[in-house]
Design a protein around this ligand. Structure first.
Ligand SMILES: Cc1cc2nc3c(=O)[nH]c(=O)nc-3n(C[C@H](O)[C@H](O)[C@H](O)COP(=O)(O)OP(=O)(O)OC[C@H]3O[C@@H](n4cnc5c(N)ncnc54)[C@H](O)[C@@H]3O)c2cc1C
Ligand SMILES: NC(=O)c1ccc[n+]([C@@H]2O[C@H](COP(=O)([O-])OP(=O)(O)OC[C@H]3O[C@@H](n4cnc5c(N)ncnc54)[C@H](O)[C@@H]3O)[C@@H](O)[C@H]2O)c1
Length: 469
């Protein structure tokens, strides 16, 4: 088979690379080693975890009173987890079907089987007799959970985020989450909200270290109120399964934690070992990542790598755009590089999102700024929705009134952040746009106006003080 482009991997990076090349009229195929399309994003990562979260929130809002009946607790819990997993399975199936249909419409071929390089232009697909030759190749093989070699995972008691989706028995009473990164925190908050006593262990002294520290502290406080305990600056020394009764974690400080389930979320490893990269003149680093330039080109001119296996942000959102950029570059079309301003969304309970700088970064860079804050407790939409915990914080330049950072905690945070992203991208004077804009009322979006007025008042207050001197 002769192709203009072969894409290896059908996750978000591979999908977008393939469809972009097909839109240019190229002969394209995607190789996928699993018998399902969509990658980690659709099957074990983004989509199932976000569906479980949504279903959890709905279940909590409509939990029947008979759950308090002691004779029905086990049964009700079993039903509850089955409903959550069924909902995730239904959404996964729908998303897979959408991906398959998009490939069909765009005439993207599908080659099922693991791909390995024969040489820099030839790839063998497992189970096929005929090798595939392609003028250009995009590697989009993603990652898998990093499993420390000393830990015995059994997909039942000691699990990673893939194993969590097989937790079919019931919501565990106790859970230890190792790793307070995005995956650890999203699942810890979800199980905490469901009533599990969760302990989060991390070697760092803060959760989600990229957050603005005020928002991070508020978030940790809210999680503590929802059954989550933090053991920070702690290293895991050993994990022992206790026959049918959970597992015991031994920490470097000498503490021991016993829980029904241990969830490991300590990062991910590029899935590149079995690709035969050396045959194509390529190599990966010790985390399985392939080095690329700003257009996702590897050291070999016609081979590109995108998404999680090329390092970077580790997001479905960025993987998609990287795939598109790689395909445009491969066929000598003009590109716009990945923007600097990329939002982060954490789908915990409560939700978090940010774009731009934190207070700590601005302080380190000696950039003069003021904060403007809006609290959901004073926002009509917050009162109506019953979310009185949320807040939006704007960081505003005192020099040119541009918005330097946006930090949101609470309902709709992951959507709301994009208003800030758009205002920031439009450059200077963002504050004046927000101060004078009229937003629908009552909405969470109104928080931008409230926070902008707060920041404006602070800047005016400073100016009035200077004049009075
Ligand atoms: C629990 C969890 C929650 C997440 N939540 C979010 C979120 O809310 N928002 C967000 O933006 N991101 C989220 N992510 C991250 C997101 O899922 C990834 O960034 C994204 O899936 C990366 O896409 P990708 O195209 O690089 O590869 P992947 O989605 O990892 O897909 C790679 C594909 O390549 C295939 N493959 C591998 N080797 C071969 C081979 N040799 N031959 C053929 N096929 C091969 C694999 O089977 C797989 O299908 C989450 C991740 C996890 C684990
Ligand atoms: N909402 C989202 O966008 C979203 C959601 C989930 C996952 N993701 C992506 O998935 C990827 C993986 O996430 P992750 O949370 O597994 O990794 P991560 O690297 O973000 O976090 C891992 C955490 O584990 C800690 N850790 C590592 N080894 C440890 C040990 N031995 N003992 C104690 N703590 C230890 C680290 O200090 C770190 O805080 C990330 O790229 C993330 O962006 C994104």
């Amino acid at each position: 088979m002769e192709l203009d482009l072969l894409v290896i991997g059908s996750g978000p990076g591979g999908q977008r690379a393939a469809i972009q090349a097909a839109k240019l009229g190229k002969r394209v195929a995607v190789a996928e080693r699993r018998n399902r399309l969509g990658g980690v994003s659709i099957h074990t990562g983004t989509i199932p975890s976000k569906t479980l979260r949504q279903a959890t929130l709905e279940q909590l809002a409509t939990r029947p009173l008979d759950v308090l009946d002691p004779t029905r607790v086990e049964e009700t819990e079993q039903e509850a987890i089955e409903q959550l997993l069924d909902r995730a399975a239904a959404v996964v199936a729908a998303e897979t079907a959408i991906t398959r249909e998009q490939f069909r419409r765009n005439r993207v071929g599908l080659l099922q089987g693991a791909a390995t390089f024969v040489d820099a232009n030839t790839v063998q697909i497992e189970g096929s007799d005929e090798p595939v030759r392609a003028q250009r190749i995009v590697i989009a093989v993603g990652t898998r959970p990093a499993r420390p070699s000393t830990v015995e995972f059994d997909d039942r008691t000691i699990i990673d985020s893939d194993g969590l989706l097989k937790l079919a028995q019931r919501v565990p009473r106790t859970m230890t989450v190792v790793g307070a990164g995005v995956i650890g925190v999203e699942y810890a908050s979800m199980f905490g909200a469901l009533g599990t006593k969760v302990t989060v262990v991390d070697q760092r002294d803060r959760v989600l270290t990229f957050l603005d520290s005020e928002i991070g502290e508020a978030f940790q406080y809210l999680l503590r109120r929802r059954n989550v305990t933090f053991r920070l600056r702690e290293k895991v020394e050993a994990v022992d399964a206790l026959e049918g009764r959970g597992a015991r974690l031994k920490l470097g400080s000498g503490k021991e934690i016993v829980s029904e389930t241990v969830l490991y979320a300590t990062g991910r490893q590029g899935d590149t070992e079995k690709l035969g990269l050396a045959k194509a003149g390529l190599k990966a680093d010790k985390r399985g990542r392939i080095t690329v330039d700003e257009a996702y080109r590897t050291e070999v001119e016609h081979i590109f790598a995108v998404g999680d296996c090329a390092g970077g942000a580790g997001l479905a959102a960025t993987a998609m755009e990287q795939g598109r950029i790689a395909a445009l570059t491969a066929f000598e079309r003009p590109i716009t590089q990945l923007p600097q301003l990329i939002p982060t969304g954490v789908y915990a309970i409560p939700e978090l999102a940010m774009v731009g700088r934190t207070e700590e970064e601005l302080t380190d860079r000696a950039v003069p700024y003021v904060c403007g804050i809006a609290r959901w407790s004073e926002l009509a939409r917050g009162v109506i929705s019953g979310d009185r915990e949320g807040m939006l914080k704007l960081l505003v330049s005192v020099e040119d009134r541009s918005i330097l950072g946006v930090h949101v905690l609470g309902t709709s945070a992951t959507d709301l952040v994009h208003i800030g992203q758009a205002v920031m991208a439009s450059g200077a004077n963002g504050l004046d746009f927000l101060v004078t804009a009229v937003f629908n009322y009552p909405t969470f979006a109104e928080s931008y106006k409230v926070a902008a007025l707060d920041a404006d008042n602070r800047i005016k207050g400073m100016a009035a003080f200077d004049k009075s001197l």
